[in-house]
Design a binder for this molecule. Sequence first.
Ligand code: COA
Length: 254
Amino acid sequence: MGKQNKTSLKSKSGKGSKDRKKDRKIADEKYKQSKAIVDAAKAVEDPLAPFAVFASYKKSNLDATIKVLRCAQLTDQLKKDLFTLTKDNMETLYKQTESGWSDRDKKDEMFEEEAMYLVATAPDGKLLGYSHFRFDMDYGTEVLYCYELHIERGCQHKGLGKHLLQILELMAFKVNMMKVVLTVFKNNTAGQKFFRAMKYDLDETCPVDNELDEDDVYEYEILCKMNKMRLKREAELVKPLSELSLNQQTSTVQ
Ligand SMILES: CC(C)(COP(=O)(O)OP(=O)(O)OC[C@H]1O[C@@H](n2cnc3c(N)ncnc32)[C@H](O)[C@@H]1OP(=O)(O)O)[C@@H](O)C(=O)NCCC(=O)NCCS
């Protein structure tokens, strides 16, 4: 359901200016590294190529061919079909929220230059489902942001949504994204159940109702799935350093 503008994450460190400067320098360096990872991900011509076996889905009477397209590669007909599917699936849910539904706003977001698409079509070219995603920086972290995931009504509950989401995860983690992130309306009970079944949890950037102000109530949640391999690798890199400092402490005491 797109990406919401959220309030910034605040940190209360209580540190002196020298330490703050050092922290900022480390944060700037980390941002540059993360940005380089995102830029490299965006430059991959076909992120689905390493997972060719996932490019077709033949189950439960579905026969889908799946490919990745950049926004610039979408034909006018495909743009029309993508928008119609989104509107069919989401208009009622949007209308139940404060933001409401706007054809123009949704089209603007869907067809921004950076938008990338995972598109599933039948042998006759009919659109069966899709995901709009982007490799992006989100609060200084490199992520694959899933803006939309939609399966055509007659094709739902046949495993295609799960298949497309798994492809997003494979593509994201292959190019070293830290997590897959998405936004889902709280009133989208079927969507909520689906993402929970797919083992998505609340993301650290998800705003909390009434946290800063009792009028702050959010109609959506931000969910994520972390790149466990990357977390493990990074924990292993840190380990020897902590062990080293422990050894140093021990030798100093002796
Ligand atoms: C949500 C959506 C993407 C799921 O795709 P799908 O192909 O229908 O779902 P799958 O068949 O892959 O379901 C995988 C698992 O998710 C869970 N699940 C899916 N839909 C569910 C529902 N309505 N209620 C409860 N659980 C559900 C189930 O555990 C299911 O596994 P199972 O079939 O083995 O029980 C699809 O139904 C859809 O397009 N919905 C409308 C648009 C939408 O809400 N998109 C998400 C927000 S942008």
